[in-house]
Write a protein that binds this ligand. Structure first.
Ligand SMILES: [Zn+2]
Length: 277
């Protein structure tokens, strides 16, 4: 009985271990690429939870006005509802990534269901846009072991973010979003915003939309070029201390990981995606 309980605990720990990757401290220190590190001097602009016929086209207009391209992490169920919006996103030169079929925490999904969700979303986006997505960001930024294995099998590279706008809350304003993002903006990184309120229904995307022009201006004033996530290969090349890991989702440490001007040495024996941290 005790052995069975211990085994169950072990299985759960193995399933949930990568979830800790969402913690900003360890993530930034140990998995710079997963944490959204980009080439210094560049900042990647990313949006989650779309597409939404109500809000996404308004973001496309503001981005076009400022001549900025971004990466949109889409939900399969939303893409099915608004296929024209998906096409409009890529027609405007933006990139799309997989956010999942619906907005469920993957720790509660079986490996089989996780794989089905990711594959269905990837294939739908491929059909709608004509090109295969290469990035994967899970709902809530929470990975399960199964999701990392599936992502690898599906040719998707996991990525999170280095700064966010906290722009899903009812109380957020354009000013609060802008302050929060720029307060954690390094010399290159990945901004997380939301172009849809599909998870809350509270209309918070209006504040995000209002923050966008100022945010772009802030980045440019700091000498940062704003754009979509670079291709996964380019992201690795930007970090000479990091080599592609066995799962293809993160870097295996070779010497010292440099990110945002800081030197970080992962602990001995660290294996991306395998250790609980
Ligand atoms: Zn989301």
């Amino acid at each position: 009985m005790k052995a069975a309980a211990a085994l169950a605990t072990l299985a759960l720990a193995a399933h949930a271990a990568p979830a800790a990757a969402f913690l900003p401290g360890p993530r930034r220190a140990l998995l710079p690429r997963l944490a959204g590190a980009t080439t210094p001097g560049q900042v990647a602009l990313t949006f989650d939870d779309g597409p939404s016929a109500a809000s996404t086209p308004r973001f496309l207009r503001v981005l076009a006005d400022h001549d900025v391209r971004a990466t949109f992490f889409l939900l399969g169920v939303q893409a099915q509802r608004a296929p024209d919006v998906v096409r409009a996103i890529t027609a405007a030169g933006h990139d799309v990534g997989v956010h999942g079929w619906d907005h469920r925490c993957l720790l509660r999904r079986s490996p089989r269901a996780t794989h089905r969700d990711l594959r269905a979303t990837r294939d739908l986006l491929h059909r709608l846009t004509g090109s295969r997505p290469c990035w994967f960001r899970p709902p809530y930024g929470v990975f399960s072991t199964a999701s990392l294995i599936s992502a690898r099998r599906l040719g998707l590279t996991p990525i999170l973010w280095s700064t966010w706008g906290f722009d899903w809350t009812e109380s957020c304003t354009p000013g609060s979003i802008r302050r929060r993002v720029t307060g954690h903006l390094g010399n290159g990184g990945t901004i997380l915003l939301h172009d849809s309120d599909v998870t809350t229904g509270n209309g918070a995307w209006r504040a995000t939309l209002g923050a966008l022009p100022g945010l772009i201006e802030d980045c440019r004033r700091r000498g940062l070029a704003v754009g979509p996530l670079p291709r996964p290969e380019a992201a690795v090349e930007a970090h000479p201390g990091v080599e592609p890991g066995p799962s293809g989702f993160a870097g295996r440490r070779t010497t010292v990981v440099k990110w945002a001007g800081e030197d970080r040495v992962p602990p001995p024996g660290f294996e991306p995606g395998l250790n609980a941290f």
